[in-house]
Ligand binder design. Structure first.
Ligand code: TYM
Length: 376
């Protein structure tokens, strides 16, 4: 049995079942083609169905075509350092922003993580926030169309809207959707309202790229949005980047030593992939040469497929050579190690030179947001 909530993902996730359970829609080939054709470029995460589900993406594209436009919104809970799984939705978000030239809001939920993680101190969460913001900024968003804000810092600007949102959601709904109990602290009970608020930042349709674990918030937002005079939010959902140990569950911060952190050095990445990456290969080289490997369960292959080998022909070659036993597990792992290290080197370099203040305070959109007080 799999568990998928905003705070926990475990077990073997059946994504088709999740679509049914959450009441979302699968991205059909026709819708994918439409998105790609309006974007003017194909995208590996769409093509390989890493982004697989949506709400109202069709309406977002209609609005775009009709000249009404839309905006993007995503976020991060600063509970610690960021691993490679956290960056994936952001890389896709950047692609959308680049192609559609739209505004993007990124919420840093220091409040949520402080309330949820009893082992974290307020100051610690602030340190993680600053750290995470630098990593997020390194993705390279458009400085005049992006606003990164930290909940505690931006609260005064949204307080009227936050209260108007909170008043619409009963405890009974929050309990049913998030599983709150009598032991849940009252800060957590109000928190979901803040995660909904950014969907109301513009009187346009909002599109949220995130993994599907965040969808419960959007479900409530869609129940109340129109009564506040806004659009129901749209969303585009990704699967979970699996942990190195196996294709089940999601890579998560609690995996500590085995997750690939954005700060990992080249030799650390190599060590982790070689040691932990679950292999679909056989026990011995002789057996592997004879029987070949299984790419479906091989984590290195799955990571290459999801993002790190965008060239279809090259991926096919790796697949057939691994399946036939020509390519050994160590060799397959080495391909992934090289890709990961190239990705991380570029990330580190961007992190050094990106102007964080522009995204938070000085860019065109950021300035406008700091001047505004938001209400329904
Ligand atoms: P957080 O910090 O848990 O996760 C940040 C983003 O990363 C996604 N994610 C993953 N995606 C793929 N593979 C994984 N292994 C993986 N682990 C996490 C999450 O879906 C999310 O998109 N409450 C939120 C912060 C938030 C937010 C939002 C997220 C506020 N507003 C709007 C998305 C959209 C949180 O704690 O995310």
């Amino acid at each position: 049995m799999a568990t998928v909530t905003p705070w926990e993902v475990s077990g073997s996730v059946d994504y088709d079942k999740l679509i049914e359970e959450f009441g979302t829609k699968k991205i059909s080939p026709a819708l994918r083609e439409k998105l790609v054709s309006l974007a003017g470029e194909d995208n590996v995460m769409l093509r390989r169905e890493f982004f697989f589900s949506h709400r109202d993406l069709d309406l977002v594209l209609k609005d775009y075509e009709a000249g009404k436009g839309f905006f993007l919104y995503t976020g991060r809970g600063p509970s610690g350092n960021m691993h490679i799984g956290h960056l994936i939705p952001l890389v896709f978000t950047k692609w959308l922003q680049d192609k559609f030239k739209v505004n993007l809001y990124i919420e840093i939920t220091d409040d949520e993580k402080f309330l949820h993680k009893k082992n974290l101190k307020w100051e610690g969460v602030q340190e993680h926030s600053a750290n995470n913001i630098a990593d997020i900024a390194a993705v390279g968003f458009d400085p005049d169309r992006t606003f990164i804000f930290k909940d505690s810092e931006y609260a005064a600007n949204v307080y009227p809207l936050l209260m108007q949102t909170a008043r619409k959601v009963t405890f009974s709904t929050a309990k049913a959707v998030f599983g709150f109990t009598n032991e849940t602290n009252i800060g957590m009970v109000q928190y979901p309202a803040y995660q909904m608020v950014p969907t109301f930042f513009e009187k346009k349709r909002c599109l949220i790229p995130a993994a599907i674990d965040q969808d419960p918030y959007w479900r409530i937002q869609r129940d109340i949005a129109e009564s506040l005079g806004f659009y129901k939010t749209a969303a585009i959902h990704s699967k979970f980047f699996p942990p190195l140990q196996g294709v089940e569950g999601k890579m998560s911060a609690s995996m500590g030593g085995s997750a690939i952190w954005l700060t990992d050095e080249e030799k650390t990445v190599r060590k982790k992939v070689m040691k932990y990456a679950f292999s679909g290969g056989q026990e011995s080289v002789e057996e592997h040469r004879k029987k070949g490997g299984n790419v479906e369960v091989d984590v290195s292959f799955q990571w290459l497929k999801m993002l790190f080998e965008p060239n279809d022909k090259e991926l096919k070659r790796i697949e057939s050579e691994y399946t036939s036993g020509q390519l050994l597990t160590g060799e397959l792992k080495q391909i992934l190690v090289d890709r990961l290290n190239a990705f991380l080197a570029k990330h580190r370099e961007m992190r050094e030179r990106v102007d964080v203040d522009k995204l938070m305070y000085d860019g065109k959109l950021a300035k406008k947001m700091w001047e505004a007080t938001y209400k329904a």
